[in-house]
Design a binder for this molecule. Sequence first.
Ligand SMILES: NC(=O)c1ccc[n+]([C@@H]2O[C@H](COP(=O)([O-])OP(=O)(O)OC[C@H]3O[C@@H](n4cnc5c(N)ncnc54)[C@H](OP(=O)(O)O)[C@@H]3O)[C@@H](O)[C@H]2O)c1
Length: 214
Amino acid sequence: MVSGNDPAADMTGLHRSAVEAAVAAGARRILYTSQQGAVPGNPYPPSDIHLATEAALRDSGVAWTALRNAAYGPLDQILGPWRRTGEIAQPADGPVPYTDRAEVAEATAVILAGDRAFDGPVALTAPTAVTLGDLAEVASGLTGRTIKRVVLDDEQWVADHIATGVPEQAARFMLTWYQAGRAGYFAEADPLLARLLGREPRSAADRLAADIAA
Ligand SMILES: NC(=O)c1ccc[n+]([C@@H]2O[C@H](COP(=O)([O-])OP(=O)(O)OC[C@H]3O[C@@H](n4cnc5c(N)ncnc54)[C@H](OP(=O)(O)O)[C@@H]3O)[C@@H](O)[C@H]2O)c1
């Protein structure tokens, strides 16, 4: 069950309906794409949806696995136009084990096809959590340029996004992701992904190097 991400929809209600439909159809185990750091108090709103869905899975009476996936979006989405500007200019962040999307998919396939049952939440993350400051240093080393980490004021960052046409609500939603990161909600790395892949997962530095070489 792939979680939805429509900010205008009742995602928890839709997820509950999907769980009920799966149970009614005779499913014996449900795998759900949850999110790393889905714990009470996390200010990033999808966390509460994932937590409520995990509760529905717990109550469903069938076996379930919640894949608490770490952030697996493209790095450029996180870093912004640093190649052009020489700066990673974002709000204050915290350590995050930025993870390769294809490796999350591969590990999910291993879980789906394997004999071992994973019960409850499992975290799929790259082996090391890094900050944007760390990635500025990596980018500097890879390019031979000085890539600066510039910490933008939250409200300035929101205003800049609105000025480029991003709706305020969407900008404020994304800001909560940085706020969760700097509060440490995404800091934990987990060795399970490496075990499932049978190799060391790609680090953010590996991916940055590949992006630069491409
Ligand atoms: N991105 C992350 O770093 C991350 C990390 C942890 C958790 N999550 C959560 O994981 C979920 C997926 O995120 P994502 O970023 O991977 O999204 P995504 O790239 O938009 O992928 C969503 C997938 O679900 C499919 N899909 C959407 N609606 C569907 C429907 N009604 N029936 C069948 N398939 C449908 C889409 O198919 P099409 O391509 O055909 O539209 C697409 O393959 C979200 O709930 C997100 O909050 C994401």
